[in-house]
Design a protein around this ligand. Structure first.
Ligand SMILES: *Cc1c(COP(=O)(O)O)cnc(C)c1O
Length: 416
């Protein structure tokens, strides 16, 4: 599944107006490429669908935290959803405003909370009563009052991969729906937190918006009950989670329809609506370019060995995720094969595709692994002492390196 910015012209794959093999001839492989047009198009689709509803779009930094991507979104007016002090540092380095930052995560440390309070972030999405106690005590030391939301777990099955489903009672995230009112009442008794927001996030890669809308309805009821109990809720944060199409047959929910339906349901409550999309903004913008090193056969199986591996793109190994793989130069006359596409890492789990019907590739051929703009580079590691790949941002007919390829020196830099 090629993202909206990718198209073949004269049998050559382009990102916007740039032929991808031009990037390879300058930078080599493996290499991540992102389309600025795709990212901004999706951000603006969210933004314009909210229309007159007061809102804040907090891009989930963990999906792709490259400074230039953050800068692009900050300039477009985005806020940010962070899950660590490091992500706050990145947002500020990229010119993002802490006043548009919400801090999520089940294990915030005292240092991270202090750092976020020092920088006056918009809100903490608090995940437990003991975190609330810590936030209140740190805020008191800083002579500050900070906004908090509780992340409430609506106990709704998100219908996605179990590792990225987060909204059931058995998951580690958030506080129980039934306990929410008591926890908010407790928060009212603290003097350095202002509980004026409510948040939830039920999971990721949701192709069916039914469960999010069901969660929304539960949250709206809870808003009513909290307000009736004297908690002045002003904001509802519905998290992220909208999916993208990774393979034929996946139909991604259209962003405008989803947001308009959300706004329609929330309309009478006089709420500011926040969302935290990650994947649906950057996922389809990216490809990972790789080169075929070898073809080999063992027993009954055909393998295509490429120079990208699980250290560059972990999703297939971690979630058995499907990414379609296409050649940079179409050669239909060569026919197709069924093969595993694997990398050089010494793990059987190091595969990018299994039993995949794919072009009859030859060593030297260049491939694009599609829809890798989200949870791609951010999950890359140096396993097997491999260098993490460079990242490139395409904008119209131009492109630039937004992260250099690592060097052998980088590998040992921190080992004193
Ligand atoms: C991961 C995450 C998101 C973003 O999820 P996507 O599926 O990438 O949109 C938003 N909010 C929270 C709290 C998250 O953990």
């Amino acid at each position: 599944m090629l993202g909206e910015s990718y198209i073949y012209r004269d049998r050559t794959l382009y990102c916007e107006s740039v032929a991808l093999d031009d990037i390879v001839s300058r930078l080599g492989t493996p290499c991540y490429v992102y389309s600025a047009g795709s990212i901004l198009g999706r951000f603006n689709a969210y933004h314009s669908a909210f229309d007159a509803t007061p809102h804040m779009i907090c891009y989930a930094v963990k999906a792709n935290s490259n400074l230039e991507i953050l800068r692009l979104l900050a300039e477009a007016g985005s806020g940010f959803d962070i899950v660590s002090g490091g992500e706050l540092y990145r947002v500020m380095k990229a010119g993002g405003s802490p006043s548009k930052v919400v801090f999520s995560g089940v294990g915030k440390t005292a240092e991270e909370i202090a750092y976020a309070i020092d920088n006056d972030i918009h809100c903490f999405n608090c995940e437990s009563a003991s975190e609330l106690v810590l936030i209140d005590s740190i805020a008191a030391r800083h002579r500050n009052r900070v906004r908090v939301a509780f992340r409430v777990n609506p106990d709704i099955e998100a219908k996605t991969h179990p590792y990225i489903s987060t909204g059931l009672r058995e998951h580690k995230f958030g506080i129980d729906f039934e306990e929410a009112e008591a926890v908010y009442q407790r928060a009212l008794s603290f003097s350095h937190v202002v509980p004026e927001s409510l948040s939830c996030h039920i999971g990721s890669q949701l192709l069916d918006t039914g469960p999010i809308l069901e969660a929304l309805d539960k949250m709206l009821d809870l808003v009513d009950r909290l307000r009736a109990g004297g908690v002045p809720i002003k904001t509802l944060d519905l998290g992220g989670g909208l999916g993208v199409a990774y393979q034929d047959g996946d139909v991604a929910p259209p962003i405008p329809d989803f947001i308009r339906e959300m706004c329609r349901r929330a309309a009478t409550r006089n709420l500011e609506v926040h969302i935290e999309p990650g994947r649906s903004i950057v996922g389809a913008s990216g490809v990972l370019l790789t080169r075929v090193l070898y073809r080999k056969r063992t027993g009954e199986k055909e393998f295509v060995v490429v120079d990208a591996a699980m250290n560059d793109l972990l999703r297939p190994a971690l979630y058995k995720a499907h990414h379609s793989i296409v050649p940079l130069r179409e050669a239909p006359e060569r026919g197709a094969i069924v093969a595993d596409v694997v990398g050089p890492v010494c793990e059987t789990g190091d595969f990018l595709a299994r039993d995949r019907s794919i072009a009859n590739l030859l060593p030297g051929d260049l491939l694009a692994i599609c829809t890798t703009g989200a949870y791609g580079f951010v999950l890359a590691s140096n396993y097997n002492s491999r260098l993490r790949p460079p990242e490139v941002l395409v904008d119209g007919a131009g492109w630039r390196i937004i992260r250099a390829r690592e060097t052998y020196g980088d590998l040992i830099q921190e080992e004193i």
